[in-house]
Design a binder for this molecule. Structure first.
Ligand SMILES: *Cc1c(COP(=O)(O)O)cnc(C)c1O
Length: 222
């Protein structure tokens, strides 16, 4: 296994180059996705300077939280069952998978502080993917104004698994357009300024298209 420090340096260089190619200037936050690695490797990631850690299962999250006492931001990036909200919600700083009203209602009931949420959008419309369509996203965020425990900081998507760069790029472009549209609605609790998009295989394209949070597992800690 390569040292995380070295992986991080390469990824940071790629991000800088992508920003230049895309003529963009946003701050890009790297989320180290540690779902496939153990506590020791996660601690190595934190020692390398990573301050955003992502998990996608309640069990994985609680294992890491019990073993790690560090001043980092915890991201929940998987789909979250309503019955698991109670267990997870006060442990995390960001939720990347808000996709239904029942989940919002449960968060409102269980959270003791405001949670930064990304609304998950299925831009590509693939059946296998979670998330709302573009039209549903607009309707959904309009209903979130009433929730005092939810702050919609942005939108999240996963690009389809394909080699075709134009297909992937188009998904990211569409998410950015939708983010701007939602932001302009000026809904209380819905600033929607952030874009969570890009993984190991496509983060450079995502950054070119405006990603502010990239979620990287394999290329960083794998
Ligand atoms: C696993 C996962 C990632 C990271 O994937 P890699 O390809 O290993 O970088 C990012 N986002 C989500 C939602 C994931 O489940």
């Amino acid at each position: 296994m390569a040292k995380i420090e070295n992986n991080l340096e390469v990824i940071q260089q790629h991000i800088e180059q992508a920003k230049q190619r895309g003529k963009v200037q946003q701050q890009v936050n790297i989320i180290a996705v540690t779902k496939e690695v153990d506590v020791a490797r996660t601690k190595e990631a934190i020692a390398a300077g990573l301050t955003h850690i992502g998990e996608n299962r309640p069990e994985g999250l609680s294992t890491k939280l019990q073993a790690i006492d560090a001043n980092v931001f915890w991201h929940y990036i998987g789909s979250l069952q309503t019955r698991k909200v109670k267990q997870v919600i006060d442990q995390i700083d960001y939720l990347h998978s808000l996709d239904r009203l029942s989940l919002a209602q449960e968060i409102e009931k269980r959270a003791s502080k405001k949670v930064k949420c990304f609304v998950q959008v299925n831009v590509s419309g693939e059946d296998s993917k979670h998330g709302l369509t573009n039209e549903q996203t607009i309707e959904f965020v309009k209903q979130l104004e009433q929730f005092s425990k939810i702050e919609v900081v942005g939108l999240m998507t996963m690009a389809p698994f394909t080699e075709e760069e134009t297909v992937i790029r188009n998904v990211f472009k569409l998410l950015k357009q939708l983010q701007q549209q939602v932001s302009e609605l000026n809904i209380p609790n819905v600033p929607c300024t952030e874009l969570s998009m890009g993984m190991s295989n496509d983060y450079e394209i995502a950054v070119e298209e405006g990603a502010t949070f990239v979620r990287i597992g394999t290329a960083l800690v794998g």
